[in-house]
Structures are given as C-alpha cells and as structure tokens.
Ligand binder design. Structure first.
Ligand code: MN
Ligand code: MN
Length: 477
C-alpha cells in the first residue's frame, strides 16, 4: 500500500535524524541552569583574560590557580601525589595529575599556547622626533597580525626587565581606568592617498612606522639636544629604575589596553585580546578542576612561541614534554627509565587545544561552508590543519577521532567538525605536529573565534561552556 504524504515526510525525517551529521546551536539545547553556569564561567574567564595579556602573565596566573588546587612545584618537591607543575623560563608551564592508572600506560594530554600576536619594543627603542615634538618608542611585530588594526587605539605596555646585576622589574602601564595609555598614530584620510590608500592593504602600513608616542613634554630648553629622548629615559629611570641599556635585556610587550568584556545586546559573546589561545587555556584549567580523579593521568602543557612557529627553548618544537613526563613518573614514585617514558608518550592520547576560525558573516566566501566552524555550535574537532595539500598537517587517525567523538557523545558534548578555510586561501597550523612526532595520537579541538589575531577577538559564551565539557570528557577518556 502506498504511503500517505505525511507518512512519507515522517519517514524522511527519521532517516535524516539517523543519517545526517548534527551541528546544533548550543543555546537551543541549554537549560536555564546551564545558562547560569555558562554566565558564571564567562565572568571568571573575562577576569582571567584581562589579567593574562602576556605569556608570562599566563604562566603566573596558572601557577596561582594550580597552587590553589593543591598542585606543588615539581622543582621543589619530587613526590606529588596530588599533582605537580613545572615552569620553564617563566614562559612555559606543564602540569601533571596522577590517575588511577600508572603513567607507564600513557597520559591524557592537553596542549595549548599562552602567547598571542602583539607588538614588542625593540632592544634599542627610545628615539625622538624633535620637529613634530615627540619622544617615541620603536616596536617589532610578533606573530601574524593585521598592522592597521593596531593604529590609533589605546595600547598598554606589559614589560619584564632584567637589569644589570640581576634585579628584575615588572611593568604594567595603561591598564587601570585612570592610567594614561600609549598609542601609535595613523594618518588622516585627507592625506593618505599616496602613502596608504592606493597601496595593497598589507603594504599600506609599514611595520617600522608603527612607533608609539611616549612623551611630548621635553626636558631642558629649546636649544638642548635629545631633550625628548631624555624625557622618555628620565621617566623610565624615575619610575622603574631603568637605564637605556636595561631595555636590551627586557621583554616589553605592547597589547590592547582595557578589559575583556561581553559583546552583543544579549551579552552572549565574549570580546577581548588574546582569546587565541587563552580561551582554550582557561577551558583546560576549568576541565582539570572538574576532573579530580581521572583514570589515566592528566598531562597539560601551555607552550610559548606558537604564534611565530613554535621555535625556541619554550616552544613546542623543543622536548620539554619528555622532561615533564619523566617528572610525572617520579611524582608517583616510579623510577625513570627513558625507554619507559618514551613508551608512555607513544601510548598517550592528546588534544591540541587551539581556537578555530569561525565563519565571519561578512566574509563567508573564504570559508568552505560544509567544513567551516560556526560560533555557538561548540568546540571543533579539526582532523588536520596546514595549508593546501595538507602540507604541515599531522592529521589525526580515523580510529582516534572515532574514540574522541565517542567520549564526547557519552558526555553529551555538542561539537562540530571543521577545517580551516578553503583550499588555496592560505592556511595555518597548531602545535599538534610537534607532539605527533612522539608517535602519540593528537587531534585539534577548540572553539571558533572570529576576528582572530585582532585586538578584539570574539567568541561565544556557549562555546566556552561546551569546550570545558569537551575537555573534561577527554580527560575522563
Ligand atoms: Mn592558536
Ligand atoms: Mn594564532
């Protein structure tokens, strides 16, 4: 007997429900209690983000949070049945929490990065433009940023200075509401035609013209030499005890001034500098706080230098993980045999917790709509990153992705599958490939962000909340 039209439609609906991949909007699925929990989490996250504008600040704040949860410094205590952390050069932090199983059987590892694109001060940075009437500071780009976004806006200075003789000084300037800020001027539209407007956008702003206005009141009298530069140096000396040579052994970062905040009439979004990758960092900490007694031991590493290719002594291309894994063995009373440590790493399963490019509603054309990430639909499982032709991609195996999505399903995690942009549009990578080199399983997993690498990146409160659930489900896996 033929089906009625209604029966036919019901059958199709059932079939679609069974066969088609789901990508639900989290807001549709949240209860009022969930929404309250997401709001509380977002408030904590906004404070963390506001207070964590450099890789050093990230490490310092994580140390404080971990200490509050009973983790000990593995450089001070060898045994750490409650978990321990290891800090390297104050810019890289790894930590360990014992599980029911031995570290010899492998870890559940989450890796993320604490650095974000920014401007640094050059080692010799103080100079003057006496004609226009300014003492100024020269900057150096760090990471992939769009230069024009950093002009004509309030900027803050976060510095760590190592003076001659070993004294160190930390500076935060421009963050308190009543503080003055710094800024890089931009040219007025009336006069920018030849030097900016008629050029390609990437060439319109010259990196070496991105200099900060530091002072406009000189020292001395009109005929004195270098009086604007001296005015800058005098302030650096009077306030922080720095002489010009101390700037050579200083790390001074220029970041957007002011707090991270809620965005939208409905306050559903999160806006702030450095969400790549501090949102996944924060979500990892929240998940670790939740999963106090995992089966497999937890390992977390927050690397520095990801934004410039993971090079250097605190980047993911180094071998800090071997050191941390060995200390984790010792922390639970095991002897360190390197073959056993390497075997544990081989058996490790990992998430690379990094943000994904969310679809920009005004530039949908650069995304491939079937495989792009949408704000509000949860963390993305990204099987591979890299460029066209999968160059530079470690690519997670089918079996491993299957295990992760099963763990997510068991915990009721809403997630989405995504890859970065269309082929031949560009590309990008994460730290995943450096960890994959140990032979371990790793897949990228993080929430979508729009305006990525800008001074005001945007994410969703629902995604933050769901990302914590996803990472917690992974730690229990
Ligand atoms: Mn990132
Ligand atoms: Mn990035």
């Amino acid at each position: 007997m033929a089906l009625s039209r209604k029966e036919e439609r019901d059958d199709l609906k059932k079939l679609a429900n069974k066969l088609v991949i789901k990508s639900n909007l989290i807001w549709d699925e949240m209860t009022p209690i969930d929404r309250q929990a997401a709001e509380r989490l977002a408030a904590d996250y906004l404070s963390f983000l506001t207070a964590s504008k450099t890789e050093r600040a990230v490490v310092k704040n994580i140390r404080q949070i971990l200490t509050g949860h009973g983790f000990v410094d593995l450089n001070q205590k060898k045994r750490a049945p409650g978990g321990g952390f290891l800090i390297h050069h104050e810019k890289l932090i790894g930590f360990f929490r014992p599980g029911r199983l031995s570290p010899e059987d492998g870890f559940n590892l989450i890796v993320a990065h604490g650095d974000s694109p920014r401007l640094d001060l050059k080692p010799k940075c103080v100079y003057e433009e006496s004609g226009p009437g300014f003492g100024m500071l020269r900057t150096n780009l760090y990471g992939g940023l769009k230069k024009f976004q950093w002009l004509a806006r309030p900027l803050a200075l976060w510095g760590f200075c190592a003076l001659k003789g070993g004294r160190t000084v930390e500076i935060i300037f421009g963050e308190e509401p009543d503080d003055p800020v710094l800024t890089i001027p931009d040219l007025l539209p009336h006069l920018d035609r030849k030097v900016q407007r008629d050029k390609k956008i990437g060439e319109a702003i010259v990196a070496d013209k991105m200099n900060l206005l530091a002072v406009s009141i000189p020292l001395g009298r009109p005929r004195d030499k270098d009086r604007f530069k001296l005015a800058v140096l005098k302030i650096l000396y009077d306030r922080w005890g720095l002489v010009e040579e101390d700037l050579v052994s200083s790390e001074i970062e220029i970041v957007p001034a002011g707090p991270a905040r809620s965005v939208g009439f409905d306050a559903s979004l999160l806006g702030g500098y450095g969400q790549d990758d501090r949102l996944p960092v924060f979500a990892t900490l929240a998940a670790v706080a939740e999963v106090k007694k995992p089966d497999r031991p937890t390992l977390v590493i927050i690397y520095d230098r990801e934004e410039i290719g993971s090079y250097g002594s605190v980047g993911a291309s180094g071998n800090f993980i071997e050191h941390l894994a060995a200390r984790a063995f010792e922390a639970v009373g095991l002897d360190v045999h390197w073959s056993k440590v390497r075997e544990a790493l081989l058996k490790t399963q990992a998430l690379s917790a990094d943000v994904e490019a969310g679809v920009d509603p005004d530039y949908k054309e650069v995304h491939e709509e079937l495989n792009s990430a949408h704000i509000g639909r949860g963390p993305c499982l990204v099987r591979y990153t890299g460029g066209t032709g999968k160059y530079g991609a470690s690519e997670a195996s089918a079996e491993y992705v299957s295990r992760v999505r099963s763990a997510f399903a068991k915990a009721g995690v809403l997630w989405q599958s995504a890859i970065l942009g269309k082929q031949e549009e560009g590309g990008g990578g994460t730290v995943a490939l450096y960890l994959a080199a140990y032979g371990l399983n790793i897949v990228d997993c993080g929430p979508p962000v729009i305006s990525m690498h800008s001074p005001f990146e945007i994410s969703s409160k629902a995604d933050l909340w769901m990302t914590v659930r996803a990472y917690a489900a992974f730690l229990k896996m």
